[in-house]
Design a protein around this ligand. Structure first.
Ligand code: UTP
Length: 229
């Protein structure tokens, strides 16, 4: 049985339209797939996290405190996904990767949010993928792959079908940490995946048919990182 870690962006899970309908369908999909795959899912904070981080920053909170608020938002979103999984997942989001690893021994699906300040849920997903020896990690995001530039801002951005781990490291290297959104994948997560050589599949998480194909390891539309390894 393959083990898969899915990093679901908060902006994919709760974009503000049709939220419960989408989450319910995603829950059905994961429940269905859990009979043939071991599934771990890490949920992002999306607009709830951004809202609290922005307000806290205006009020003078430091970056670590803002990160903590972001983590709380990710756990709130994780509880929404848990609600849709008909008892197949853990009841409460684990607070560490080690705890998630342990929960994996007794649950068909494990759902969590963030852990500690200084990274995003992508980093948590990569760390979990290394710890559970995942066969692949899926980044279910709001764009349909990795682009040469931000496709929401640049019309001439081109989609990349495949990248090496080294390309990913070049795209995600940052000099300093700040609470709030990252782009393709966070730098800590990229370093872990490059070291552990775990392929990363970047897909639009709102397209559930395509997301299902990526989770199952079948042909999908998006970007694959480290697929040649
Ligand atoms: P996200 O993982 O949601 O980041 O965490 P994101 O890049 O905004 O992703 P989307 O939009 O959901 O796809 C939200 C914030 O929470 C803090 C960080 O400040 C992050 O930007 N956080 C999250 C942590 O500090 N540690 C964690 O483990 C997770």
């Amino acid at each position: 049985m393959d083990t898969v870690v899915i990093s679901i962006g908060g902006s994919v899970l709760v974009p503000g339209e049709n939220d419960s309908k989408y989450i319910s369908k995603l829950g059905e999909l994961l429940t269905d797939l859990s009979s043939r795959l071991k599934i771990y899912s890490v949920v992002g904070g999306g607009k709830t996290a951004r809202f609290y981080i922005r307000l806290g920053r205006e009020l003078g909170a430091d970056e670590s405190f803002l990160d903590e608020m972001g983590v709380q938002a990710t756990r709130l979103n994780a509880r929404l996904l848990i609600s849709s999984l008909s008892g197949k997942a853990n009841d409460h989001p684990p607070e560490t990767v080690e705890e998630a690893f342990e929960l994996g021994k007794s649950h068909e699906i494990v759902v969590m949010g963030g852990t500690t300040p200084g990274h995003t849920t992508d980093g948590v997903a990569a760390s979990l993928a290394e710890s559970v020896k995942a066969d692949r990690i899926i980044n279910a995001t709001s764009v349909d792959g990795v682009y040469t530039k931000d496709p929401k801002k640049h019309e001439d951005a081109e989609k990349l079908d495949s990248l090496s781990f080294e390309d990913l490291l070049n795209l995600t290297q940052t000099s300093s940490w700040k609470a709030g959104p990252s782009n393709v994948f966070d730098s800590m997560g990229s370093e872990i995946l490059a070291r552990a050589r775990i392929p990363l599949l970047v897909v639009n998480g709102r397209d559930l048919t395509n997301l299902a194909a990526a989770i199952k390891g079948e042909e999908f539309s998006g970007t694959i990182v480290g697929g040649e390894d």
